[in-house]
Design a protein around this ligand. Structure first.
Ligand code: ADP
Ligand code: ZN
Ligand code: ZN
Length: 746
């Protein structure tokens, strides 16, 4: 008897094999769609995997290939929704990333690997409470047994995990208690809840003020209307955005829909998590937390709790955007301007942008919230693509702190600090130390860019074509623009004021720390930078110590600006506000403005008024002046004008094509080859800059060379570039990447 030839095949991402995919014929009677789970033969065994594509046999790539057949379709919990598959597909095209790589975000490795059985643990239940007399006797003859019984009697429901007693010989202790009929030993399936050990007290909704009411109404009306036009919630720091999110989430949940909340980095924003856990404390398991420090087991459990609809509210950083929330109704992106939403390694997606797309695909409402929205979002609001809702007053009725801008060119510099700290700032620090209040000092420094700045007049050497600071290249002894490739000689004196003192910038946190320690030997000073926070949880521990006032002065890079919610901080000093302005990055001014405004909005949250001192060599810079007045709209108007003039985002899309290799000449050769091949292929309107060494030319032992692409739309070049990269196959020792909508030009 003849079997009909199968007409269809499927491409399967097999579990546990990284990005590897295999094709299988689909026998009659087996029905699958994208995202389904299947069992397939693989090297003489059976394996499981996810269907990523349906293919028709006899056409194109599948002609004349004998295929093994799918064994059966699995009906398990790991099936991915069609919407998430569409999202992955779209993202893989837009970000020029293999589909398998995007899918890995959607079905995390731990969910796809096979041996992740639910974890069990041994628990002891108290069955009979011994009498006082028995207990006394036990204390004398078997003190460890007595200790276990006492602890169980104190515990909430007379039950405790064995591990809670510190392991060791406790099992035999419990066994003998079991023989005497006091306890029962048992196994129980554990849900590995990353926040499980903490208790959250139930909080009640606050009575909203007028601004909050308007914001909530707008969100709920949009939700009811099934309108997926994003809402931009522009509310000053402390205006009570989180309370609005909480009440919106409660409404959406009560209508049977799920909620997704994205936050910049969970270890820095434990407050947000705690506030959600607290508000929904009546419903254990309702709020799921996802974060990067979770174990594979915890991730597995949370993923399935979400997938099964047990957890209806999900909070996490950018990767949580792919969480399989059932019947998603509302997405909130908190601090939507934060650059941590952009993933800096493959796949290089932008969490906020994909969240907007997901909301659209799921017909869910999305709220982007920030005190200092990204220019992309402000621009979208101005041209009507987003709805704008404002909250302009602090919910606690406090004023924004007094902000002073100190012109370091004329400021008498405190000799003890060698020009890093002005006399005014060091007096302010001294005063705080005397009053037992805390200070935060911020050193604004990203990367190791070397810009040329005049200490006498503040002049910074910039590109004529991009208005971005030029970067000094020691090998060529030239200043070079990293966007367009413009070269300039290094001036001997300042072109503005003729000063000979013009110099390359750069000063580290360590140096400042040493000086502070010398000048304030009594003060408890803690430095926070990438070196210090290498250790896991180091940052969290430091912030906790600071909150408990075991530290007087916290000195750090922008890293600390996010966790800045400390009521006892009455002074924030920014040591070098213009440093961030000297970066070869079109968002340099925006980032500086956001950083300063965020910092300034946070000093003095308690009862004492706060003071902010900004030291700068460019007091006239727009980013600094608008930040001083907390004027987001003013800054946005000014900056959008500049961006439009120079055709920068949001008026275009920028992508960075980078080649990395341990061999410098190889990097240089490959980027030149790509450049030459791409030039004739790119459609009109797409510009590509000449190949150049990256501003940080060597990192992690690799030499990096790059070109910057600029176009009105990213989709017009991403496919072409991805194809050229794939046919180049430059060998194992060269890595080529394309970063679409890049945030990092270093
Ligand atoms: P944001 O998220 O906008 O920075 P928060 O939600 O953290 O602001 O609110 C700032 C402070 O104001 C918090 O301490 C919060 O409890 C308080 N708050 C918020 N809304 C109200 C309200 N309606 N009435 C009283 N206090 C409020
Ligand atoms: Zn000068
Ligand atoms: Zn330029």
């Amino acid at each position: 008897m003849d079997h009909p030839e199968p007409q269809w095949a499927v491409r399967v991402l097999v579990d546990g094999l990284g990005d590897r995919v295999f094709d299988y014929a689909l026998p009659e009677g087996v029905e699958v769609r994208r995202g389904c789970r299947v069992e397939v033969p693989l090297r003489g065994r059976r394996a499981t995997g996810t269907v990523i594509r349906l293919l028709s046999i006899g056409e194109g790539e599948l002609r004349d290939v004998p295929l093994k057949s799918v064994i059966r379709a699995l009906d398990d919990d790991s099936t991915v929704s069609a919407t998430l598959m569409d999202l992955a597909e779209w993202a893989s095209q837009y970000y020029a990333t293999p589909f398998e790589q995007m899918l890995r975000c959607i079905i995390p490795e731990t969910v796809r690997s096979e041996n992740n059985d639910p974890k069990t643990r041994r628990v002891v239940h108290l069955v009979r409470r011994p009498s006082e007399e028995e207990l006394n006797k036990m204390s004398r003859h078997a003190p460890r047994q007595a200790a276990v019984v006492r602890a169980l009697a104190m515990s909430e429901n007379g039950c405790e995990a064995l591990s809670a007693f510190g392991g060791g010989r406790v099992l035999s202790v419990c066994r003998s208690l079991e023989k005497q009929g006091f306890v029962r030993l048992d196994f129980e399936i554990v849900h590995r809840d990353p926040a499980g050990k903490e208790n959250f007290a139930l909080t009640r909704p606050l009575v909203l003020n007028e601004e909050q009411k308007t914001a909530l109404e707008c969100i709920l009306e949009t939700f009811e209307a099934g309108d997926s036009r994003p809402i931009l919630l522009q509310g000053v720091t402390g205006s009570g955005k989180t309370e609005v999110y909480l009440q919106a989430a409660a409404e959406v949940i009560s209508r049977g829909r799920g909620v997704l909340i994205l936050v910049p980095e969970i270890s820095l924003t434990p407050q947000t998590m705690a506030r959600f856990k607290g508000r929904f404390a009546d419903f254990p398991g309702m709020v799921a937390i996802l974060h990067s420090a979770m174990s594979a087991g915890e991730r597995y459990d949370e993923w399935h709790a979400i997938r099964r609809g047990r957890a209806r509210i999900v909070i996490g950083p950018r990767s949580a955007l792919f969480a399989p929330v059932v019947n998603l109704g509302l997405i909130i992106v908190d601090e939507e301007h934060d650059s941590s939403y952009k993933q800096e390694n493959a796949p290089r997606y932008h969490g906020r942008d994909l969240a907007v797309l997901r909301a659209h695909l799921e017909k869910a409402t999305i709220v982007l919230g920030s005190a200092t929205p990204s220019l992309e979002s402000i621009y979208n609001a101005r041209r009507g693509k987003y709805k704008l809702v404002r909250m302009e007053h602090r919910a606690d009725g406090q004023c924004l702190p007094l902000t002073r801008v100190l012109d370091m060119r004329s400021e008498a510099k405190d000799k003890r600090f060698m020009g890093l700290v002005s006399e005014c700032l060091s007096n302010a620090i001294e005063q705080r130390l005397r009053r037992g209040e805390q200070s935060i000092l911020l050193l604004n420094r990203r990367g190791f860019a070397r810009a040329l700045q005049c200490p006498d007049c503040g002049f910074v050497a910039t590109c004529e074509h991009c208005s971005l600071p030029l970067t000094y290249h020691i090998t060529e002894n030239r200043l070079i623009c990293h966007i367009c490739g413009y070269h300039a000689v290094v001036p001997r004196g300042c072109p503005e004021c003729r000063s000979r003192a013009i110099q390359l910038q750069g000063s580290g946190t360590q140096k400042v720390e040493e000086l502070l320690k010398r000048v304030f030997p009594e003060a408890r000073i803690q430095r926070v930078d990438a070196d210090v926070t290498m250790r896991k949880n180091a940052l969290r521990d430091i912030l906790e110590a600071f909150r408990a006032h075991r530290i007087d002065i916290l000195l750090g890079t922008q890293m600390i600006s996010k966790g800045l919610d400390f009521p006892q901080v009455t002074l924030v000093g920014v040591l070098n506000a213009d440093m961030g302005l000297c970066l070869p990055d079109p968002r340099a001014a925006e980032r500086t403005f956001q950083l300063l405004t965020q910092v300034a909005g946070r000093a003095g949250r308690g009862d004492v008024e706060g003071e902010v001192i900004i030291q700068t060599y460019c007091p006239q810079a727009a980013a600094i002046q608008y930040a001083r007045r907390h004027d987001t709209d003013g800054f946005a108007g000014n900056e959008l004008g500049l961006r439009e003039r120079f055709a920068f985002p949001p008026f275009c899309h920028l992508a960075v094509l980078t080649v990395r290799s341990e061999k410098e000449d190889l990097s240089a050769y490959v980027i030149k080859t790509l450049y030459k091949r791409l030039q004739p292929l790119l459609p009109q309107g797409v510009e590509i800059s000449e190949p150049l060494p990256a501003p940080i030319v060597k990192a992690y032992g690799q030499y990096r060379y790059q070109c910057v692409l600029k176009a009105p739309r990213a989709r017009v070049f991403s496919e072409i570039v991805a194809k050229q990269i794939s046919i180049l196959s430059p060998g194992e020792d060269v890595i080529v990447t394309l970063d679409v909508d890049a945030y990092n030009f270093m």
